[in-house]
Design a protein around this ligand. Structure first.
Ligand code: BV8
Ligand code: ZN
Length: 245
């Protein structure tokens, strides 16, 4: 993939580089996306799983889904896309990750500044008293319960739920301050997360999309690279390194 000279020139002047990422960036780590051909939601409906009422109606089924995903995540590794983003921290003053993913792979890859808009599958809390339960949960008696009797749920944002205010605020500030705003592996259909692309655009950022296919925001980006994030991001960093040598 030929990386545009003009993008490299803009990277040379960049101080703040933001990566807005979705499930596609973890696809090459073996974690299925939501809406792609291997998407998990092709078989299962989000309404049935990623929402609070579904959980209260059938906590066993929802936990079965999350424990299945957790197992896949624990058997997976960050891929070159996550690792390249972490390596970029050595070349730019401020590299910020704003992710919709709950798989913790950016942190495991070494990224330091991360805003998790939709929570993190490694964390859990009690639906009643909100007490955090972040160690391994015991499912031997069924869905684990808090000492107060409340059900314990994954600390992820379900449909109809508000995003964690501090994380969304951090993501918004990143979008407003970005010189270069990368959009990596997301269909950009879920709000309010996808709205950050427009915030970045309005704030004058250069938008760079890396995706296997077109997305909801391809029409408004400055650069669109169609292909695998695990191949294209390393190529962008390599072209930058060659240019500043
Ligand atoms: C809110 C977390 C309201 C848990 C997720 C009707 C009813 C209810 C709500 C709504 C409604 N209509 C609209 C809404 C709002 C709703 C929404 O936006 N719905 C959409 C679907 C229309 N949003 C919400 O409900 C949000 N909350 O609005 O609250 C409110 C407001 C005020 C006060 C009170 C309440 C909450 C949204 C968060 C939902 N949680 N998941 C979990 O993960 O289990 S959403 C889920 O979708 C994931 O978080 C995921 O990150 C997110 C976005 O999906 P993507 O990451 O983009 O993944 P996708 O599969 O779609 O795309 C993958 C892309 O990667 C593809 O483009 C593919 O081409 C590309 N790709 C694949 N492989 C590669 C690749 N690219 C590069 N390289 C590769 N190798
Ligand atoms: Zn409790």
């Amino acid at each position: 993939m030929k990386i545009h000279d003009s993008l490299i020139e803009r990277l040379k002047d960049a101080r703040t580089v933001v990566f807005f990422t979705g499930a596609g960036i973890s696809a090459e780590s073996g974690i299925p996306t939501f809406r792609g051909k291997d998407g998990i939601w092709n078989k299962l409906k989000p309404e049935e799983l990623a929402n609070f009422n579904a959980f209260m109606r059938n906590p066993d089924m929802v936990w079965e889904w999350y424990n299945h995903r957790k197992k896949i995540i624990h058997e997976s590794e960050p891929n070159p896309a996550h690792l390249t983003i972490a390596e970029m921290q050595n070349y730019f003053d401020d590299v910020i990750v704003v992710t919709q993913n709950i798989d913790n792979l950016h942190r495991r890859a070494g990224s330091k500044k991360i805003f998790e808009l939709h929570g993190n599958i490694e964390r859990n809390y009690c639906v009643k008293c909100k007490k955090q339960y972040n160690e391994e949960l015991d499912f031997s008696e069924g869905v684990p319960k808090c000492e107060c009797g409340g059900l314990i749920r994954p600390d992820v944002v379900w449909f109809g739920e508000v995003l964690p205010v501090d994380q969304f605020k951090g993501g918004e500030e990143a979008a407003m301050n970005a010189d270069i705003f990368f959009i990596v592996g997301t269909s950009a259909v879920v709000y309010p997360a996808a709205g950050l692309v427009y915030t970045a655009k309005q704030s004058g950022a250069v938008l760079v999309e890396v995706n296997l296919t077109e997305s909801e925001v391809t029409a408004i980006v400055d650069y669109s690279y169609l292909g695998k994030a695990g191949e294209i991001l390393p190529q962008i960093l390599q072209a930058y390194k060659d240019a500043v040598k």
